[in-house]
Ligand binder design. Structure first.
Ligand SMILES: C[S@@+](CC[C@H](N)C(=O)[O-])C[C@H]1O[C@@H](n2cnc3c(N)ncnc32)[C@H](O)[C@@H]1O
Length: 195
């Protein structure tokens, strides 16, 4: 597996530029978010956890379909940007995967948008364990960029295949697999009460 060329200073990126990936302006990002919205299995969820919220685009989408959205990111600046973008409609907290913030302990849906490939293999394995042990979790949705990146642990496709392999080794089942030339969305589901 290709290793990143160096550590990524996510918080520094958000401090230099309030939207370093152009999430609010690029058509790629808007299309990705719309496809993610369509890929989710349920119309509504009680509690969703956006586990790497960035500037809050996905959290805002989830706020329309969930009773409670918990949005976390390892970057304090990203969490501030998400809080501003979602204007009090989501709970925000600084937290680094694979840890689960206390507020997200009841999550039914977990969204991992463009983050799994930033986790080294041991943390991905731990993430799969953590997702499986969340008592209310019935759906995991993950998104990856499909082009080459120098700052990730392997490719987006490989990172989602690895996560899926780990989840389906327990009681998760593949649900949706959407492949666009630029991004990939995969979701896994399981019955309530499986944990
Ligand atoms: C490419 S951005 C994607 C942001 C957002 N999910 C989206 O799709 O627009 C990657 C995000 O993952 C966050 N991140 C990276 N590693 C993380 C980790 N271990 N735990 C939580 N967030 C992380 C970064 O701070 C950054 O906000």
């Amino acid at each position: 597996m290709a290793e990143p060329t160096g550590p990524v200073d996510f918080d520094g990126r958000y401090r230099e530029d309030p939207d370093p990936w152009g999430v609010h302006s690029r058509w790629y990002e808007r299309r990705k978010t719309a496809c993610l919205a369509a890929a989710l299995a349920q119309e509504r969820y009680a509690v969703a956890w956006d586990a790497a919220c960035g500037v809050g685009q996905v959290a805002a989408l989830l706020a329309d379909r969930c009773d409670l959205v918990v949005a976390s990111d390892l970057s304090p600046r990203a969490v501030e940007l998400t809080a501003a973008h979602t204007a009090g409609r989501v709970e925000t907290v600084v937290s680094r995967l694979p840890a689960v913030p206390a507020l997200a302990g009841d999550a039914e849906l977990v969204v991992l948008a463009e983050v799994v490939y930033y986790l080294p293999p041991a943390e991905r394995a731990r993430l799969a364990e953590v997702l499986t042990s969340l008592p209310g979790a019935t759906e995991v949705a993950a998104v990856s960029w499909r082009h080459e990146a120098e700052d990730t642990w392997g490719s987006g496709a490989d990172s989602l295949a690895e996560l899926g392999g780990l989840l389906t080794r327990s009681d998760w089942k593949e649900h949706t697999w959407l492949q666009d030339p630029s991004f990939e969305i995969r979701t896994w589901v399981r019955s309530p009460g499986s944990a």
